[in-house]
Design a protein around this ligand. Structure first.
Ligand code: SF4
Length: 341
């Protein structure tokens, strides 16, 4: 009896180019070995849009990513997930209702605002952003998208990740006192109208549970124990961690950082553990790649070889990722604006 690996490969051969499997970099290696394309959110969004001949797209990642693939897909394509319960707690931290309340509060300041929505958000929130003339962004292009918004002499409401918003604002040289935090659990987000008026960027107080596990103390310990090591963290880590690290960047930027590291050096990384373990394996003997601490995305881990195989064998209808047409049309505007920048 062939094992799961062999059965999946046989099914991929049978489907040929009619099947396109996308795998996010935080997936385990046993899943990624079956992917036609591996990348971060931005690369996978581009890849999904660039394969009109594929009848079935299988997204090995979390729900918001599969929704983006469905939104950008072409007529006649169907997007599936091996495990539809793979969500993202950060994406759930900003609902359209709460975003609209924030929007009304900010609009009352009399200034012009634009929403910028991190792709780690629901299709509904992206649609809301598209209707408001805003753009989606990923951690790779957040700075470019924020510059686009600010160049229109607009203030920015950035959702749902506080830390990516704050780190990006710092990268752009925006002073900390011009960045305000909107806490959706508090009346008016905990802001006074004067505080909102003095802000250039208002960031939503959402966070990624995987990346807030990294702390300034961990960085200080690495500096003591491995003084020659370079440290790079993902921009979803808190600002004090990103500031103490040697660099911060998206998953693709982290990969390039390791690739450019001199032979014999050590790179310590603060992001999801699956990516770090794969880099450690790939660069073994050339660059020592270590985790700042092991931090696992439990939702990414819900996809495995077994549920991928079940999907390819049976194509259960409940694993289709559906986005209502009117939501998809508005969300597409926010995503296409991002891809055009
Ligand atoms: S790593 Fe964080 S942001 Fe990414 S899917 Fe997991 S919980 Fe969501």
């Amino acid at each position: 009896m062939p094992n799961a690996n062999e059965q999946i490969e046989e099914l991929r051969r049978q489907w040929g180019r009619r099947l396109f499997i996308l795998g996010h970099l935080y997936q385990r290696a046993s899943v990624l070995r079956h992917a036609d394309a591996v990348g971060d959110s931005l690369e996978l969004a581009r890849q999904a849009a660039a394969r009109p001949e594929a009848e079935r797209i299988v997204f090995c990642g979390v729900r918001f990513m599969a929704e983006s693939a469905a939104i950008l897909s072409h007529g006649g394509q169907t997007v599936y997930m091996p495990e539809t319960a793979a969500g993202c707690p950060m994406a759930d931290m900003a609902t359209v209702e709460a975003a609209e309340r924030a929007w009304q509060f900010l609009a009352a300041t009399g200034d012009a605002w634009l929403p910028v929505v991190y792709v780690n958000s629901s299709a509904d929130l992206k649609a809301w952003c598209g209707r408001r003339g805003g753009s989606a962004c990923t951690s790779s292009n957040a700075a470019r998208v924020m510059q686009w918004a600010l160049a229109q002499r607009r203030r920015v409401l950035f959702l749902p990740d506080e830390h990516l918003g704050v780190n990006t604002a710092r990268d752009l040289g925006i002073p900390d006192e011009r960045v305000a935090r909107f806490d959706p659990r508090l009346p008016d987000g905990g802001l006074t109208p004067a505080a909102a008026r003095s802000a250039q960027i208002v960031v939503w107080k959402g966070f990624c549970i995987v990346h807030i596990a990294f702390t300034a103390d961990q960085i200080r310990r690495v500096r003591e124990q491995l003084p020659a090591a370079k440290i790079i963290v993902h921009p979803e880590t808190p600002a004090e961690v990103a500031r103490l690290a040697d660099a911060h960047g998206s998953t693709s930027q982290i990969i390039r950082y390791v690739a450019a590291a001199p032979a014999g050096s050590t790179v310590v990384i603060g992001t999801e553990i699956n990516l770090i373990e794969r880099l450690a394996e790939e660069y073994r003997g050339r660059v020592a790649v270590k985790a700042l601490r092991p931090s696992v995305c439990a939702n990414m881990a819900k996809t495995n070889e077994q549920n991928l195989l079940e999907l390819l064998q049976r194509w259960p209808p409940d694993r289709v990722v559906r986005v209502p047409a009117e939501i998809a049309a508005d969300a597409r505007r926010a995503l296409e604006r991002m891809l055009s920048l």
